[in-house]
Design a protein around this ligand. Sequence first.
Ligand code: NAD
Length: 520
Amino acid sequence: FANTKMQPLQSRCYPGNHDKIQSPHKTDNFIDNEFIPSSSQEWLEVHDPATNEVVTLVPKSTKAELEAAIHSAQAAFPGWRSTSILRRQQVLFKFTSLIREHIDDLAVLITTEQGKTFADAKGDVLRGLQVCETACGITTQLGGEVLEVAKDMETRSYREPLGIVVAICPFNFPAMIPLWSLPIAIATGNCFILKPSERTPGAAMMIAEFCKLAGVPPGVVNVVHGAHDTVNFLLDGPEIKAISFVGSNKAGDYIYRRASANGKRVQANLGAKNHTALLPDADKKQALVAIAGAAFGAAGQRCMALSAAVLVGKAREWVSDLVEIAAKFRMGPGFADGSDLGPLVSPQSRKRCEELIASAEAEGANIILDGRNQMPSGFPNGNWVGPTIITGVKPHMRCYQEEIFGPVLVCLEVDTLGQAIDLINSNPYGNGAVVFTRSGAVASAFQRGIEAGQVGINSPIPVPLPMFSFTGNKASVSATGGANFYGKDGLRFYTQWKTVTSLWKTGDVLSEEKQVTMSL
Ligand code: NAD
């Protein structure tokens, strides 16, 4: 195992392993622990968002390839589910340590394909790694319950794996989001098929290779690529028992409906419009720096990015200070030292972001910091939008109604805490909400009154660590009733309870005569 560090990684195709680059490089599927070149006639380009140069092509996998992945998982399931839990734990330990060892390698792929800064890319891996580490405790987490319910009769409950489960992932966290599911799914004895975002496939390939190197048997983890048709195939396959989806509302609502209609479990984390209520008693500097980081960091392409600020009372006077902080953020390619935010993922994302900024202007809001038409020198073709702050925003405006998913903060003004809570609660999304205040009573009122699933108090991006679950609310999740990712809910999602009631009449088994009989 120690030697794996020395082996060149098959999945590490670019940059830095140039002998692997074909022209153009093609991403394989990963089936039965092998990298399998796709025979597809249809390929999608993956671009470096800082340059828009093609870095790899991703196949729209053929039906035969998708069937092969499902058959491979089917064949692996009986063996994997009956593999001892201690063995599965050992495999997870190895997998986890490989990820830790290769954080930088994974981050290189993430920055190359997604555009975020190298530091952010390492954070992306780290957050996924923490889920892996927590999943290593599976031997104590997976226990059931037992109760003597009557004389000689007891009921015990077991958690059993579901079978083949699928994760369909978005572009913005290419390592973290697959790792929200993969370690828990396989630790509990399931076989896992990963469909990464067609825009950021690289990290998934490296993660798959680490599974193989860690001793995950062939077929337990497969990776297939593609877009809508690939997803539809997986949603319809009767062999697949559960779907974990993270992405936009448009795709997620559709996927939730189709998979549910096919009788599958679905967990679906969707879009967001995360608010902060900024109270005038807050620690001004701490709050403004935190808000700017959460709004513009990762170019606003985080599902928990703060994208709406509700300025309460005199806090509305702090906007110019916020502009001053935000204007210092340096936009640049992810690998450049000193870049605070990278480009948006695609020219389409940039265009949409710019259109929404323009719509705010047209609807009467003020663009007091405008990130349009900016670019770092030497990168004329990247998808650049700099930090943008819009004031005078009203709830009916498009820039408020829609998720922008870019480095844009819309600011609304109210007079009281109650008005701030009402305003935030009237927004359909409910992923995260944050209050900045020095008052415990205000924080407490906010925490109780707010309908967001993840609340921050002077803490700008309150993503729960993996001993808890990711608990979005309202339109930020599909209505699955607590089918949350990772933590205890993740364990529940990937297992089916079985309760066994047994009756072993002890009768006179202890009588002298009976014991003699038994010994004959
Ligand atoms: P997306 O919905 O475009 O894509 C996500 C996945 O769904 C991809 O694998 C894609 O191939 C597939 N897909 C997309 N449209 C489909 C369709 N019509 N039919 C079948 N499959 C389809 O999302 P994205 O742009 O990659 O990611 C950004 C979105 O994800 C944002 O809305 C963001 O808020 C959300 N997100 C949410 C969370 C969360 O935990 N709530 C976390 C990260 C990202």
